[in-house]
Ligand binder design. Structure first.
Ligand code: C2E
Ligand code: MG
Ligand code: MG
Ligand code: MG
Length: 288
């Protein structure tokens, strides 16, 4: 069809490009509505201290339930949200929702010490971020220490000066700061030293290979050793097997997050998981 419109347009439009563009526009509009129509929700994945088996924190992970399209994973809508700038309003919603959830768990007597929230690189240019965070903490009535913000290396590289200034501002509010997907980006170690970080999260791609791949073992051990020297909490992400868990525990990881302990869970299911004490049983499995 595009062909008949003239030879110059052919190079720019074809049927599949048009349908891709319109699909994208449809998705964009749907995502714009998703927040107000309450189609987004947060699931929470435990970060477990392997020594005690206690849940020290949970990571909030966004989910989109579309009435017709079903469950859309964040890998499909976060990039779109970033490209369109919708990630700013989405990010505000996530912060508020996480704070409100902590207050609800508190009221129900469920002990969730801290919730980690992902920040997109785009949010580093969001001048309202600190105010939104302060307001969310205040209206939920929770201490700033109960929120951790996860940032990626790419955010730090794109705008290093703005990023450092914002991280300092966030740190001054009292929230925890973690560097997510560590080892996959290009942040220099000297840059790292100047950031007010509390934690490093070792990327899942390295955890995949432990304990069998000698390179992944070496990288994981080196990151743990470095994190210790820098007095940072080290979190291993994506542990699925008992072998991975045992290796990471022996290696000195402070916290382990992964399907081995639990998948990300809706709030009620997380409460049930905590009440059941499953993570504590898992911690002692090695000694049985
Ligand atoms: P992430 O922040 O690195 O989150 C960890 C991802 O690893 C989650 O995927 C989690 O479900 C998955 N995961 C954890 N343990 C295991 C495991 O043992 N095995 C496997 N195969 N996967 C595991 P998810 O929920 O699909 O989220 C993907 C990414 O989407 C996140 O990566 C994060 O970058 C982004 N994301 C999710 N929620 C938000 C949000 O609220 N805001 C922003 N800006 N990004 C978000
Ligand atoms: Mg994360
Ligand atoms: Mg990660
Ligand atoms: Mg330990």
């Amino acid at each position: 069809r595009a062909k008949t419109a003239g030879k110059n347009t052919y190079a720019f439009f074809n049927a599949s490009m048009v349908s891709q563009a319109s699909e994208r526009l449809t998705m964009e509009n749907a995502l714009r509505n998703a927040i107000t129509r309450q189609q987004l929700e947060l699931h929470y994945q435990p970060q477990v201290d392997p020594d005690s088996g206690l849940i020290v924190a949970v990571e909030a992970l966004a989910r989109w339930h579309h009435p017709e399209w079903g469950m859309i994973p964040p890998s499909r809508f976060i990039p779109l949200a970033e490209e369109t700038g919708l990630v700013l309003v989405l990010g505000h919603w996530v912060i508020r929702a996480a704070c409100e959830q902590i207050a609800r768990w508190d009221a129900a007597g469920i002990r969730v010490p801290r919730v980690a929230v992902n920040l997109s690189a785009r949010q580093f240019a969001d001048s309202s971020l600190c105010q939104v965070l302060t307001d969310a903490l205040t209206s939920a009535g929770i201490a700033p220490q109960r929120i951790e913000l996860e940032v990626t290396e790419s955010a730090l590289i794109e705008q290093p000066d703005a990023a450092v200034a914002l991280l300092n501002e966030l740190k001054a509010l009292g929230v925890h700061l973690a560097l997510d997907d560590f080892g996959t980006g290009y942040s220099s170690l000297s840059q790292l030293k100047n950031l007010p970080l509390d934690a490093l999260k070792i990327d899942r791609t390295f955890i995949d290979g432990v304990p069998n791949d000698p390179n992944d073992v070496a990288i994981t051990e080196a990151i743990v050793a470095m994190a210790r020297k820098l007095a940072l909490t080290v979190v291993a992400e994506g542990a699925e097997t008992i072998e991975q868990r045992d290796f990471l525990a022996a290696c000195g990881c402070d916290l382990i997050q992964g399907f081995y302990y639990s998948r990300p869970l809706p709030p009620e299911a997380l409460a049930a998981y905590i009440r059941s004490g499953t993570s504590r049983h898992s911690a002692t499995r090695m000694d049985l």
